[in-house]
Design a binder for this molecule. Structure first.
Ligand code: ASP
Length: 438
């Protein structure tokens, strides 16, 4: 049995958090591969080490001294090292980094040092081997991860050992350090779990997994104990975020379950994400989660005979695409089609786009509806249950929420409604109260 664990920045913020990590790792002998982020905030006005490193890089770029910023970084690592009672020469490491920075250091390499130093400390603290991510996480020249080469390299390097790996970076074919996008240690952990065919990928953070709805909108929402990868994709696409979006693919591909856990409440089971759920252990709610986002606009194009005009929809989508805008949903009727898009993306090209559609199709009417919010109810148990969507629409209607758009995915995994932004929170609350059992 092998578990790969990733600890986020808040789990590494100081020596007290390091102690929690040690306790978690040592409580289960199958927890042999540990991926760490850089230390995060200890309190709300504190700074993340990675932010400070980027700040140093900006100072260097503009020729301004970053001594003060660097001393904050130095103090944090030296404090953790001292408070954890470690022998490792972290001061020597920091001195070497400072020297390298002053002789001109690449921005990505500098940003990656947050994870590098945290992993050195954690490896020493756990008595595990330090395994540099630059030795196995390999990028291609186009910036994509070469999974095959990376997996083979990690299998060889980690082989049966207990290791701590720094997250967030790897190496280019020429050996240069390259970082993933922000929050990328989640991805490093997922790649490591996939490479080593782990039985479980545990992602340790500061929340006990996903909640069924946003706690800023719904009072005390229930946690999601189990969710499928497909459901998670639907929920995170529309707004629920706990993981870096690149995290899921490597583990899902290998059918490895992913467990989101809370370092500060290690007894909480968190959320378990699986390919398929055989035995339903959740509380039998039809809905797994509810998510939503504001800031959409809808262009509705009506033309008699539109549905039989060959290539008409294609032409509309081409026009939108030429402006670099992504269409999120396309609800349609017989001679009418609506395009739901992000207001932000459409803002600069809306009128040009409308002009082009007018010219290309000569429609009977084009209407723009702004300030729409999208709310999605996601749930594997909704599939093939008649009447769920009817209940959703009726409940929203009874509660005074005016539905402007409805779409349902072909797999019946989600029901999506468009409502006015002013009804956004109310729509989420109504759906939650109706479909989630106390
Ligand atoms: N430390 C990096 C960041 O702050 C990567 C990570 O935490 O996953 O984005």
């Amino acid at each position: 049995m092998l578990k790969v664990l990733k600890f986020g920045g808040s789990s590494l913020a100081d020596a007290a958090q390091f102690a929690k990590v040690k306790h978690i790792v040592e409580s289960d002998p199958s927890r042999r591969v540990v991926v760490v982020s850089a230390p995060g905030k200890r309190f709300s006005e504190d700074h993340k080490i990675t932010d400070l490193l980027y700040l140093c890089a900006a100072h260097i770029e503009y020729g301004v001294s970053c001594e003060n910023v660097f001393s904050m970084i130095r103090a944090r690592y030296e404090e953790i090292c001292r408070d954890c009672g470690l022998d490792i020469d972290i001061t020597g490491e920091l001195d070497a980094l400072w020297l390298k920075m002053r002789s001109g250091m690449d921005r990505e390499e500098l940003a990656s040092r947050g994870e590098y130093l945290a992993a050195l400390l954690m490896a020493d603290y756990l008595g595990f081997d330090f395994l540099d991510a630059a030795l196995w996480l390999k990028f291609r020249f186009d910036g994509t991860v070469d999974k095959e080469a990376s997996y083979a390299a990690l299998q060889q390097a980690a082989d049966g050992r207990c290791v701590v790996i720094p997250g967030f970076y790897g190496a280019m074919p020429d050996g240069r350090v390259r970082t993933l996008t922000r929050g990328g240690s989640d991805v490093t952990g997922a790649l490591a779990a996939a490479a080593l065919d782990a039985d479980l990928y545990e992602n340790w953070t500061d929340v006990s997994g996903f909640l069924m709805a946003d706690p800023k909108i719904v009072n005390n929402p229930q946690p999601i104990r189990q969710i499928t990868y497909s459901e998670l994709r639907e929920l995170s696409y529309i707004g629920a975020k706990v993981l870096h979006e690149g995290t899921v693919f490597p583990v899902r591909e290998k059918h490895i379950p992913l467990n989101i856990r809370n370092t500060n409440a290690p007894d909480d089971p968190g959320t378990l994400i699986l390919d398929e759920i055989q035995e339903e252990t959740d509380n039998g709610n039809l809905i797994t989660g509810i998510a939503g986002k504001k800031g959409y606009c809808v262009i509705t194009i009506a033309k008699t005979g539109l549905s039989s005009e060959s290539g008409a929809l294609l032409r509309i989508l081409e026009i939108v695409n030429e402006h670099g805008v992504n269409v999120e949903y396309i609800p349609s009727g017989i001679d009418i089609v609506s395009l739901v898009m992000s207001e932000e993306k459409v803002k600069s090209c809306l009128y040009t786009m409308l002009g082009e559609i007018q010219k290309a199709l000569a429609p009977d009417s084009i209407k723009v509806t702004e300030h729409l919010a999208i709310v999605a109810a996601v749930g594997r148990r909704m599939a093939s249950r008649p009447g769920v969507s009817g209940r959703i629409f009726a409940t929203l209607g009874e509660n005074g929420v005016n539905i402007r758009m409805i779409t349902q995915g072909p797999e019946e995994l989600n029901i999506i409604v468009g409502v006015e932004e002013k009804d956004f929170a109310q729509a989420i609350r109504v759906l939650y109260d109706t479909f989630v059992k106390e």
